[in-house]
Design a protein around this ligand. Structure first.
Ligand SMILES: [Zn+2]
Length: 364
């Protein structure tokens, strides 16, 4: 099996185009065409994790956090990042990151946290929009069915739980081929009236380039008239954070203790408890303070996340409880999530969970 077989499958679950613009998910070091002997899964790629991969004969490390996040100017071993890169390359170990693309899918990082806390009826807390585009193309009526089929075979009209979605309407087109053209129909210098079909498809924005190529390859005209534009539609199953309900409401202190136990945390930093019982729970693995307002808008009783700054805690404003459980703690089950994906799909292949505790923070 090649590294590509594993990463292609991960990208079916969490496509790379769903990563945030600041992110660096995907293959960071290595060659997708190399044979994979063993695969080690971790939340962070540290020097100890690379050492573990070498000892366990794993030539692929799958990490949640990308080891290269900011641009590097030198790789001479001055920082832990540089040393990891050197060590991985010397030992022919590939490093692949599945980061905010896994945060942004429904069955990703936050779903795993929701499962640990027993949340039901979960929804994405802040769904994303502008992931879809609309493509309009004009085609002679005689060729419209063939073009439509080719477009659909190349991924047009396929999104969420639907495929084969299209719209068509018949109309009159006119054009005049000028000198130097070689028109499919009509004569040079004469205005030609044609019966044309306006075909429309929605598409996921990641296939735009390949779809336009397929459209041009399958269209009879020398110059294809088409338009493409962004759609504002929100994708309910893609976005940041998650919100769900507890099966029955509980006392806030009792719920904090449950978080502590289920999320295996040494410490929770939390704001003043409200008098309300806890029923509706918003979560975000990793740094989630940007979602506080959305958690309040959607009437969450508590927002569980990490990396809140001092002044941000005031924004709870007695309307919600903020529970900061720590970045590592909130995402620690992400490696189990990746392990489950891979071990179910590749049953005869050695997928290993790293035993290194990569949390850089200690509590006294
Ligand atoms: Zn994180």
């Amino acid at each position: 099996m090649k590294i590509r077989n594993i990463t292609d499958y991960l990208e079916e679950i969490a496509p790379l185009y769903l990563q945030e613009s600041y992110d660096n998910s995907g293959l960071i070091i290595g060659d997708l065409e190399n044979t994979v002997d063993g695969c080690l899964i971790t939340l962070d790629c540290t020097e100890e994790v690379v050492e573990e991969a070498i000892n366990n004969n794993c030539n692929l490390i799958i990490t949640h956090h990308p080891i290269i996040f900011n641009p590097l100017k030198k790789i001479v071993g001055n920082s832990y990042i540089e040393r990891i890169i050197i060590k991985a390359i010397k030992n022919d170990i590939a490093i692949y990151a599945i980061h905010t693309n896994l945060d942004n899918v429904y069955n990703g990082v936050n779903r795993k946290i929701a499962e640990k806390l027993g949340l039901i009826n979960c929804e994405i807390l802040l769904p994303k929009n502008k992931l879809l585009k609309q493509l309009v193309v004009y085609c002679p009526a005689s060729h419209s069915e063939a073009l439509k089929e080719a477009m659909i075979n190349n991924g047009a009209g396929s999104f969420s739980n639907y495929d084969n979605c299209s719209f068509s309407s018949l109309g009159q087109a006119s054009f005049r081929p000028k000198k130097g053209s070689s028109p499919f129909v009509g004569n040079i210098g004469e205005i030609y009236n044609a019966e044309e079909v306006r075909l429309e498809f929605s598409l996921q924005k990641d296939i735009e380039g390949s779809l336009i190529e397929a459209m041009k390859d399958n269209h009879p005209y020398e110059q294809v008239a088409y338009q493409i534009y962004d759609l504002d539609n929100f994708s309910d199953d893609i976005g940041s954070g998650m919100i769900g309900n507890l099966a029955s409401e509980v006392d806030s202190e009792e719920f904090l203790n449950l978080i502590k136990k289920q999320m295996n945390t040494a410490c929770i930093r939390y704001t003043q408890l409200t008098n309300k019982k806890i029923k509706r729970v918003a979560i975000c693995g990793g740094s989630g303070s940007f979602l506080l307002q959305e958690a309040k808008n959607r009437k969450a009783d508590i927002f569980i996340s990490s990396d809140f700054k001092y002044h941000e805690f005031f924004d709870a404003d007695k309307k919600i409880i903020i529970a900061d459980i720590g970045h590592f703690e909130s995402e620690q089950f992400t490696k189990e999530l990746i392990y489950d994906f891979l071990s179910k799909k590749f049953t005869k292949f050695a997928v290993q969970l790293s035993n290194v505790n990569t949390n850089p923070i200690n509590y006294l």
